[in-house]
Design a protein around this ligand. Structure first.
Ligand code: PLP
Length: 379
């Protein structure tokens, strides 16, 4: 079955007791048993919930995985993956990461004795020198946030397999519509479902998808033991969001391209970062591993000062100034003071995340209106 069909049908069945076509929100904490141990597969809602179960199966199907696990946020999903590790283990992570991932690695897991190496993975061969006997995982994000760099997933997977370490890919920015890391050899896919999967800026949610049974068992153990599970209403909202992912993503891509090309022609605009440009440093890899280039764009102004950027940030009318991304409405953000404020300034600048950089999550409004809005804000 093709993705568009799977997004609508995978994992969900009409409710057997009523025929309700939409998976009900099973708002319950426990389930009645006929006799001790004689039950319908559900005992306690931290462990199992039918709404969550439907969503987990849907997520596994759309990422071409075998097992899906849902969490109360993207960070809770990342946290669960990190709990596969033990003190002394080492992780090689891409240097250009979501701020919250950098924070949990350096401020939480480093305290528990996990060592992180942050590596510019523009060329995947940069990873190899950091691998040693303690290395257990490679963690990447592609396209990266907010610099829209592209990392070659298949090349990372080859290195991970050669050294028998796990490759985890945060696929939040691409969504399964644009790329499926498990097909390229990754072991673990992580999503902040808050973003494109939910798609309507109305829920915080996370997911992990794997193929391997043993890995799924370990993650399910963490999910149940640590308990960062989503409520059934949140699972319902993600299930509803998934049904239009392909239609929304198609428009995000079209609008993203229109906005990127407009910005690039604008005399006051400096750099425009979008992986669809033929001269993007890793455009060839993007073309190879993605089915489109998405709606995330970052840019600077020729006047590379913070005040100039702040004027644009407060001047847009359709692009709302807000953190997050992936919703139907367009957002504009300032990574240095918003999403990436938790990364030390020197570290940020070193990676190219300058004070004037602005990030757009291009929504699915009419492209002409979005371009008009940016035109008036840039002036
Ligand atoms: C938002 C985001 C996260 C964190 O997800 P939450 O749902 O906010 O906890 C992780 N990775 C990326 C790439 C994100 O954009």
């Amino acid at each position: 079955m093709k993705l568009g069909t799977r997004l609508i049908h995978a994992g969900v069945e009409p409710d057997p007791s009523t025929g309700a076509i939409m998976t009900p929100i099973f708002q319950t904490s426990t389930y009645v048993q006929n006799a001790p141990g004689d039950h319908k597969g559900y005992e306690y809602a931290r462990t199992q919930n039918p709404t969550r179960h439907a969503l987990q199966n849907a997520l596994a199907a759309i990422e071409n995985g075998k097992h899906g696990l849902c969490f109360s946020s993207g960070m809770a999903a990342t946290d669960a993956v990190m709990k596969l590790l033990s003190p002394g283990d080492e992780v090689i992570a891409s240097s250009d990461l979501y701020g919250g991932s950098y924070r949990i690695f350096t401020k939480v897991y480093a305290r528990y004795g996990v060592k992180f190496h942050f590596v510019n993975m523009h060329d995947a061969q940069q990873i190899a020198p950091f691998i040693n006997a303690q290395t257990k995982m490679i963690w990447i994000e592609t396209p990266t946030n907010p610099l829209l760099n592209i990392i070659d997933i298949a090349a990372c997977a080859a290195i991970a397999q050669e050294h028998k370490v796990l490759l985890a890919v945060d696929n939040t920015f691409a969504s399964p519509y644009l790329q499926n890391p498990l097909d390229l050899g990754a072991d673990i896919v992580v999503h902040s479902a808050t973003k494109y999967l939910g798609g309507h800026s109305d829920v915080v949610h996370g997911a992990v998808i794997v193929k391997d049974d043993a890995l799924a068992e370990q993650l399910a153990f963490v999910q149940n033991s640590c308990g960062a599970v989503p409520g059934p209403q949140d699972c319902f909202l993600i299930l509803r969001g998934l049904k239009t992912l392909h239609v929304r993503m198609q428009r995000h891509c079209e609008n993203g391209e229109a906005v990127a090309r407009f910005l690039r022609e604008h005399p006051k605009v400096g750099k425009v970062l979008w992986c669809g440009f033929e001269d993007h440093p890793n455009h060839a890899i993007a073309k190879k591993q993605m089915r489109g280039f998405g709606g995330m764009i970052s840019f600077t102004l020729k006047d590379d000062s913070q005040p100039a950027a702040l004027k644009v940030l407060s001047g847009t009318k359709l692009f709302s100034l807000a953190e997050s991304l992936g919703g139907v409405e367009s957002l504009i953000g300032h990574p240095a003071t918003m999403t990436h404020a938790s990364i030390p300034r020197e570290e940020r600048i070193k990676n190219g995340l300058t004070d004037s950089l602005m990030r757009l999550s291009v929504g699915i409004e009419d492209a002409a209106d979005l371009v008009e809005d940016l035109k008036q804000a840039i002036g």
